[in-house]
Design a binder for this molecule. Structure first.
Ligand code: KG4
Ligand code: ZN
Length: 330
């Protein structure tokens, strides 16, 4: 890297996080501000697109102000914003703000693919030191994507989900558990949106062998499918009045089924393609049970697993800024 400094303001508004960050070209995070809209969407058990766009519109300038609190915007060399994929109205807010700031301050702008952003959350965590090629598994609320990453700008998608994204399956299972939970326990359990962190917390108290759940699509090809697993949970809970113990066991059994799918599939792909480096990113990658199980298999099977730091696991703008710099400069 040359000595000359280069700073990027990142803007992320693809879903329910309103985020801005300043990152330099040597992977230094100057600021990383996220306003999570989760509480607003929680009563609906999912993201309401119109509510998300309106909230981005209300919060984006506050978030950008915070990210630039100790940093004069005139020192910014590039503005990177999430261009796709995501909620259309939500994306438009970030893009409009980025373009407007770029126009006023004569700063170039670049649109970034959100999925590249997740891959850069790992690259940023390891300050660009992960060797290419590596396998990337993005597991989030909207996506489940397996790819081979050849360079900072080139990846080949190998497989994706054929139906639900894995985070979406976590969210829907949490909703089912809440729906069929005995009324008297409803106030006691943190079952709301997003469901993933809640399922992880409750799984700790459960028996993960209690309920037999399918492990779909482990070896067929490089794709994934989670709707069958989700439906199996639905058949199990339907018309029951779930006790706390039931909920703990379902969470543990479901989480283990998901992790088994990833363990088996990643081992299969790594061996088939002879690639031992694997980066895992996206909201679900913050799951501690998943991290532990993958690290264990990594030790046994000589695979190297790389995860983003906790703050970079879920949606943020630092990953967008970091990807923007590489795509712009390289
Ligand atoms: O990457 P992300 O913040 O947003 C998208 O790009 O979708 O991922 C959000 C998803 C949600 O579905 C949420 O339930 C899931 O990540 N998630 C988790 C955990 N933390 C977040 N799933 C399982 N375990 C977790 N600890
Ligand atoms: Zn995301």
């Amino acid at each position: 890297m040359s000595k000359k400094s280069f700073y990027c303001l990142g803007i992320e508004t693809s879903c329910d996080e309103t985020a801005a960050a300043v990152v330099d070209k040597d992977y230094k995070i100057i600021s990383n501000v996220v306003f999570s809209q989760q509480k607003l969407h929680a009563p609906y058990f999912g993201v309401v697109p119109e509510l998300a766009s309106r909230t981005h519109y209300e919060k984006i300038h506050i978030v950008i102000d915070k990210a630039l609190k100790n940093f004069n915007i005139k020192r910014i060399n590039l503005i990177a914003y999430t261009e796709k994929p995501g909620l259309k109205g939500a994306l438009l807010v970030g893009k409009t703000v980025a373009k407007t700031l770029g126009f006023i301050y004569s700063i170039p702008t670049i649109g970034v693919d959100h999925l590249w952003g997740h891959i850069y959350s790992v690259i940023l965590t390891y300050k660009g030191k992960i060797k290419f090629p590596f396998l990337s598994l993005i597991i989030s609320g909207g996506h489940t994507e397996l790819s081979m990453v050849y360079s900072f700008k080139k990846r080949e998608v190998l497989g994706q989900t054929l139906d639900d994204a894995v985070g979406e399956a976590f969210d829907k299972v949490a909703k089912m558990l809440y729906t069929y939970l005995d009324e008297k326990y409803k106030k006691n359990l943190p079952l709301s949106y997003p469901g993933g962190p809640a399922v992880e917390k409750l799984a700790v108290y459960g028996d993960n062998k209690k309920i037999k759940l399918p492990r779909p699509y482990m070896l067929e090809d490089y794709n994934f499918s989670f709707s069958g697993l989700k439906t199996a949970v639905l058949y199990y809970v339907k018309n029951k009045k779930l006790t706390l113990k039931d909920v703990y066991d379902i969470c543990a059994s479901f989480q283990t089924a998901v992790v088994d799918v990833f363990k088996t599939k990643l081992l299969y792909v790594a061996e088939k393609l002879n690639c031992r480096r694997i980066c895992i990113s996206g909201g679900v990658s913050s799951n501690k049970f998943l991290r532990k199980k993958l690290k264990d298999i990594g030790r046994d099977k000589n695979l190297e697993f790389y995860f983003p730091s906790k703050t970079l696991s879920t949606d943020n703008a630092a990953m967008i800024a970091s990807a923007g710099i590489k795509f712009y400069l390289d």
